[in-house]
Design a protein around this ligand. Structure first.
Ligand SMILES: CC(=O)SCCNC(=O)CCNC(=O)[C@H](O)C(C)(C)COP(=O)(O)OP(=O)(O)OC[C@H]1O[C@@H](n2cnc3c(N)ncnc32)[C@H](O)[C@@H]1OP(=O)(O)O
Ligand SMILES: CC(C)C(=O)C(=O)O
Length: 554
């Protein structure tokens, strides 16, 4: 039995829409995007942005490709007013971008907003009043008809007061939001939207934006979709209306609600970068846009430099992008666990240029959003051999033979376990060096020479063995075989030579070779050695010595 009393809360009403269409639809194109970072995002900050910060942020939003940007609530404060004026007076608004401002349905605020907008070319004037029963009851103390009158009167006032702006060439579009739409009875939401449209008289050429906000997210996304589909089907001027979504994230499903709302017929989406905004935030536009992209749809927004966008966002808002936020978070391309690392490495290796993206566990190519591959595989005690091999290969160019992964992986795993922390790439390289490349006891190779006669190679190896310098000789069909014979004949270790691979490390005059040698000592399991040198031959000899040293280690 839990300590909770569920009866404290009410279940949410559902929508009677048995022939709902949205579940059978798929997304086919990007919606009209509107950034509300500078208004809804900004109004939720403990320290709102300065004018300078807003100017920088506005320029970034334009660069990303937003064509509609809510720049603030200019009647609310001098700073908001001044920002709007600077955008206009300093000619910072591209001709194909509309600035949007928010305003309550009050005459003084409408006239002040129009003052702030003087001289702007493309304007979306966003009027709102709240419509839900609780808002009507607690905040306005008003009946439905009075709430409708607040909205329609404001639209009349806007028409009257904007006449001179229109005459001066302003392209003015009305956006109306029945704030708290998703908590409003649908018939009333429809009534007020229709009343506003009746006053504004939109046409298919000059559409009205009806924004239907989930001001607070109370419902599951399917209920939101039903509400939007219901509105889309009942609006009489649907062809003269842009239906807009504005979701919040109180239940953590703002993205899902928006995606289903689009299936339900909405044309437009308001949201913010990384989901900044009131309480749990507005909808995260980055996520919805890139979700579309990963389904093969051009999002019409450019997040190819997401790291830089994030840097500006974090600096100007003083918010932090959480490590696991889709696309932008530090850890979203990172796999710590072994089986994931293994699958990523295998599928990555098979990825062909020009083929659809098919790397397991990574739904988007990090390069498409300007993120690098370095952070994809990180190593801790949950990691496996594939991830360790991936780090050695991508960071340091060592392509270990597959059987060697099984040998070196557990060594790193034990190290991570004993440290109890994540291991850096440098830690893994250091472990590789200590285990293979730097082993010089009991045998250290000082010099190695060969002479060839009648397809037989004789090797002379100057070695330090247990601190004593000795020269060993042996003969074989190649330098490695000759060296192996010399070691066996000297009684240092009895073993069978199993296999050999090598590749170059780096390129150009300073390139080195790395060799990997596997041996099978008598009475113990096979094991690897590795060696590096500018000479391929010496790299192999060092690799044999490394394997012998490992076999003889305590
Ligand atoms: C869901 C959202 O995010 S909506 C946007 C919210 N953002 C903001 O509010 C930030 C900017 N706002 C402000 O700075 C201020 O609220 C101002 C300048 C707009 C108005 O300031 P004030 O008039 O001093 O205060 P306040 O907002 O509390 O006014 C409340 C009054 O407006 C009424 N009101 C609230 N919203 C609206 C509206 N959309 N249309 C008409 N009247 C409204 C309330 O009923 C209340 O009326 P009352 O005084 O008769 O009780
Ligand atoms: C003004 C409206 C659109 C709003 O911000 C909300 O309802 O969250």
């Amino acid at each position: 039995m839990s300590a909770y009393k569920p009866s404290k809360y009410r279940p949410l009403p559902t929508v009677d829409l048995p022939d709902r269409q949205w579940p059978n639809r798929t997304h086919t194109c990007a919606p009209i995007w509107c950034s509300v970072d500078l208004r809804d995002g900004n109004q939720a900050l403990a320290q709102p942005m300065s004018v300078a910060e807003k100017l920088e942020y506005f320029a970034m939003l334009v660069d990303i490709g937003f064509k509609q940007i809510e720049v603030g609530f200019p009647s609310a404060s001098q700073i908001e007013f001044d920002f709007c004026r600077r955008l206009i007076e300093e000619d910072r608004i591209p001709d194909d971008v509309s600035i949007q401002i928010l305003c309550q349905c009050r005459e003084d605020l409408i006239t002040r907003s129009l003052e702030a907008l003087q001289g702007a070319k493309n304007v979306i004037f966003h009027l709102y009043n709240s419509t839900s029963p609780a808002q009507r009851n607690y905040v306005f103390g008003a009946e439905r008809a009075d709430i409708v009158a607040i909205a329609t009167r404001a639209v009349e006032l806007l028409k009257t007061h904007s006449a001179s702006h229109l005459a001066a060439g302003m392209n003015l579009q009305l956006e109306y939001s029945p704030e708290s739409f998703t908590s409003t009875e649908l018939d009333f939401a429809l009534e007020i939207c229709e009343a506003v449209s009746d006053v504004w008289q939109p046409t298919p050429e000059k559409k009205i934006i009806l924004n239907l906000p989930a001001t607070v997210e109370y419902a599951t996304p399917n209920v939101h979709a039903d509400q939007i589909e219901w509105m889309c089907r009942h609006l009489t001027r649907r062809d003269a209306t842009i239906v807009s979504l504005h979701t919040h994230n109180d239940r953590g499903t703002g993205v899902a609600a928006t995606e289903l709302g689009l299936l339900a017929g909405a044309d437009r989406v308001e949201g913010t970068l990384f989901g900044n905004g009131e309480r749990t935030g507005n909808l995260d536009i980055v996520t919805v846009a890139l979700n579309l992209y990963t389904h093969g749809i051009d999002p019409q927004l450019d997040f190819s430099n997401l790291n830089e966008i994030r840097e500006i966002y974090e600096r100007t808002t003083r918010m932090e992008v959480p490590a696991r936020l889709p696309y932008g978070g530090d850890l979203v391309f990172t796999a710590f666990s072994g089986s994931h690392q293994d699958a990523i490495k295998k599928s990555w290796d098979k990825q062909q240029p020009g083929q659809p993206w098919d790397v397991l566990y990574i739904p988007i190519d990090p390069a498409d959003i300007g993120r690098n591959y370095k952070a994809i595989i990180r190593i801790n005690s949950q990691s496996g051999k594939g991830g360790v091999a991936y780090i050695l290969e991508t960071e340091y160019g060592f392509t270990l033979p597959k059987a060697m992964h099984r040998e070196f992986g557990p060594i790193v795993n034990q190290l991570a376990d004993s440290r109890g922390t994540e291991l850096s790439s440098a830690d893994i390289l250091a472990a590789f060096q200590a285990e293979y490349l730097d082993r010089q006891t009991p045998i250290e190779v000082l010099d190695f020479r060969t002479t060839e006669k009648a397809r037989s190679v004789t090797a002379e190896a100057d070695l330090k063995i247990n601190g004593e310098t000795r020269t060993l000789t042996g003969t074989g069909n190649g330098p490695i075989a000759a060296f192996v014979t010399a070691i066996r004949d000297a009684g240092i270790l009895q073993f069978e030579f199993l296999n050999y691979t090598e590749h170059s490390l780096g390129s150009g005059a300073r390139a080195q070779a790395v060799s990997y040698i596997q041996i099978k000592p008598v009475n113990s399991p096979p094991l690897y050695g590795a060696g590096i040198d500018t000479s391929i031959e010496l790299a192999s000899i060092k690799a044999v010595a490394s394997a012998i040293n490992r076999a003889l280690a305590d």
